[in-house]
Write a protein that binds this ligand. Structure first.
Ligand code: PYC
Length: 313
C-alpha cells in the first residue's frame, strides 16, 4: 500500500489539495525542471491524487517541492485533472494558509518558486487564535497580448482580449449571458466552444502558447466585476481565479481603467471576492491578489496496488 498525506483547503470555494511531500526525489534543478521530470516520469501521481474515484475534476493539486532559488522558502507545482498550471492564485492563497495551519510559517512575507517565476506571498496577521488565513500574492509580471479578437460560436460573434497572468486567458465581455449559478451549464458550454474556436483559428498567447482558460465578465452591485472562469479541464473556477484576475488587471491597466494603488474587486460566479491591485514593471504590471482560504480536510491517500482504479479513472 502506498500512503500519501494530503491537506485540503478552499479559497473562495475553489479547492486546493496540498501534497506536502512527494514519495520520490525530483533532483536539485529549478521548479520548472522538476515540473518537466514530473510530466515525463510521474504523471500517474497527478492522476492518483486528483482523478475520480478518489478526487474530482474540480480539485486543483499543489506539490510542495524544494526551491532552487535561494531567496525562496518553498517551491510549488500546481496541477489539475488534465495537466499542470504555470501559476495558480487561489492555490497560492490555499498553500500559504495551509502552511500556516501546519505551523510551518508565521505571518510575514514568504517567497515561493513556481515553474513560471517567483511569487511573493504575504500572510496577514490574524486577530483570532486560529491559524491566519488571509493572504496577498504578488504575482509574476502580467500583460495583455492581443486586443478585441473576434470569435464566432454558433453564428454569434464575441470579442476577447488575450492576456497572461501566469496562465493564458481569453477575456470576453460582449457574450450577453447571465453570469450566475443558475446558468452554469450554458456558461460552461459556451466558454468551451469559445476555447475550441481559439484553437481552430490559431489564436494563441505569445510564442504560440495555448490559451487554456476562458473568462466571461459581467457587472455586479457587489464588486467591480463578476466573472465565470472555465479551467483547462472543463471545470469552472469557484474562486475569482488569481491568475485570471491578474490577466483582467493587465487589460484594465492597458485600457487606462486602473491606476497603480487602486483596488479592484473581482467576484466569482459563486460570489467569493478577490481584491487586486497593481504595480508597474516596464510595460507589464505586477498584480497583487488578496483572498482568504480555509483548511477543510486532512488525511492520507491510500493506493492499493491491486486496485484497477487506484491511479484514477
Ligand atoms: O486562481 O489562478 C487561479 C486558478 C487557476 C486555475 C484555477 N484557479
Amino acid at each position: 500500500m502506498i500512503r500519501i498525506p494530503y491537506l485540503d483547503s478552499h479559497t473562495g470555494g475553489e479547492p486546493t489539495r496540498l501534497i506536502p511531500s512527494l514519495p520520490f526525489d525530483l533532483g536539485t534543478g529549478s521548479v520548472a525542471d522538476k515540473l518537466s521530470t514530473l510530466k515525463t516520469h510521474h504523471d500517474d501521481l497527478r492522476r492518483t491524487v486528483l482523478l475520480e474515484p478518489r478526487g474530482s475534476d474540480v480539485l486543483v493539486g499543489a506539490y510542495l517541492v524544494p526551491p532552487a532559488d535561494p531567496t525562496c522558502q518553498f517551491g510549488v507545482i500546481y496541477f489539475n485533472n488534465v495537466g499542470y498550471l504555470g501559476m495558480c492564485g487561489h492555490g497560492t492563497i490555499g498553500l500559504i494558509a495551509s502552511l500556516a495551519y501546519l505551523g510551518k510559517i508565521q505571518p510575514g512575507v514568504i517567497r515561493v518558486e513556481t515553474p513560471v517565476g517567483v511569487v511573493e506571498a504575504t500572510l496577514h496577521k490574524n486577530e483570532a487564535d486560529e491559524y491566519p488565513n488571509k493572504v496577498s500574492v504578488q504575482n509574476i509580471p502580467s500583460y495583455r497580448h492581443l486586443t478585441h479578437i473576434p470569435v464566432t460560436v454558433d453564428g454569434k460573434t464575441v470579442h476577447g482580449d488575450v492576456a497572461y497572468g501566469g496562465n493564458w486567458f481569453f477575456l470576453v465581455h460582449d457574450h450577453g449571458m447571465d453570469v450566475n449559478m443558475q446558468n452554469l451549464e450554458a456558461l460552461t458550454d459556451f466558454s468551451w466552444r469559445v476555447r475550441e474556436q481559439l484553437t481552430a483559428n490559431g489564436i494563441t498567447g505569445a510564442n504560440g502558447a495555448e490559451i487554456d482558460h476562458v473568462e466571461l465578465f459581467a457587472s455586479t452591485p457587489e464588486a467591480d466585476s463578476k466573472s465565470f472562469v472555465l479551467c483547462p479541464g472543463k471545470a469552472y473556477d469557484r474562486s475569482p481565479c488569481g491568475t485570471g484576475t491578474s490577466a483582467k488587471l493587465a487589460c484594465l491597466y492597458s485600457d487606462g481603467k486602473l491606476q497603480v494603488g487602486q483596488i479592484w474587486k473581482q467576484q466569482s460566479v459563486v460570489g467569493s471576492i478577490f481584491e487586486g491591485s497593481i504595480q508597474l514593471d516596464g510595460d507589464k504590471i505586477i498584480p497583487t491578489i488578496t483572498g482568504e482560504a480555509w483548511v477543510m480536510s486532512e488525511g492520507t491517500i491510500l493506493v492499493d496496488e491491486r486496485d484497477p482504479f487506484g491511479k484514477g479513472i
